[in-house]
Design a protein around this ligand. Structure first.
Ligand code: NAP
Length: 246
């Protein structure tokens, strides 16, 4: 129970990797503020019930994390409910894949806003209380695509590469205040985001994973639990691959 007494805010936690992170941090003893878009509120409330079943407090706050006013409202609501935010996991994300010549302005903007701008907005909003407390953990869910690039995902790669550069910069700004900022770069994880592949695409992909299997949301959540804990206090500005050796 290394995180008892701490409050964690996990964005995009109605399903997939975010849900697994919320449950894993609750297992470590943290109270959990859950977030997702309003359309996902039923699933979000179900995750809140899972957290409560672990005897932790849960607060579900719907907000589009790419919108400054909604992020401000979300953080105010969490602070009013729990009094503090010790851990922020920037997990919400989308893909809008297309080859570059066919990529629309809308596909570009949506991915940059939801996958990158949201990380800036949420981090800025929680930093003031963390700075006051002189303790904080920020974990950003980037992607292996932000490190190596991927054909058909120029928008997503740019956003995730931006998340990595943002992580390294903010880590330097707040390091002296007991706040760490790290990124996780998952490879291929079995969630709704990756379930659209046909058999041939999936077989090709498995060939590129040295461990020969896709990862689970829980695999990513374990890495978040480590980075959020006291044991990782001297680790900041890092990008941890969770990718089966890719
Ligand atoms: P997912 O199952 O699609 O979950 C993402 C969650 O984020 C969804 O519940 C989604 O809600 C929510 N979300 C989307 N836009 C949002 C917004 N504007 N505000 C708040 N919440 C929003 O995907 P996942 O695979 O768990 O992905 C989680 C994170 O891991 C993402 O950042 C993704 O880029 C990253 N990642 C995933 C993989 C992988 O292989 N799965 C690999 C590398 C990195 P709705 O869908 O209801 O809109």
């Amino acid at each position: 129970m290394g995180l008892s007494g701490k409050v964690a805010l996990v964005t995009g936690s109605a399903r997939g990797i975010g849900r697994a992170i919320a449950v894993r941090l609750a297992e470590e003893g943290a109270d959990i503020a859950l977030n997702d878009i309003p359309q996902a509120s039923e699933a979000l409330n179900a995750v809140a019930d899972e957290v409560r079943a672990l005897n932790r407090r849960a607060l579900a706050v719907t907000a589009d994390v790419s919108q400054p006013q909604e992020v401000a409202r979300m953080v105010e609501t969490v602070l009013a409910g729990f009094g503090h935010i010790d851990i922020l996991v920037n997990n919400a994300g989308i893909t809008r894949d297309a080859l570059i010549l066919r990529m629309s302005d809308e596909d570009w903007d949506a991915v940059i806003n939801i996958d990158l701008k949201s990380v800036f907005l949420c981090t800025r909003a929680v930093l003031r209380p963390m700075l006051k407390a002189r303790w904080g953990r920020i974990v950003n869910i980037a992607s292996i695509v932000g490190v190596h690039g991927n054909a058909g995902q120029a928008n997503y790669a740019a956003a995730k590469g931006g998340v990595i550069a943002f992580t390294r910069s903010v880590a330097k700004e707040v390091a002296s205040r007991g706040i760490t900022v790290n990124a996780i770069a998952p490879g291929f994880i079995d969630t709704k985001m990756t379930q659209g592949l046909d058999e041939k695409q999936a077989a090709e992909l498995l060939k590129r994973i040295p461990m020969g299997t896709v990862g689970t949301p829980r695999d990513v959540a374990e890495a978040v639990a480590f980075l959020a804990g006291e044991g990782a206090r001297y680790i900041t500005g890092q990008v941890l691959g969770v990718d089966g050796g890719m």
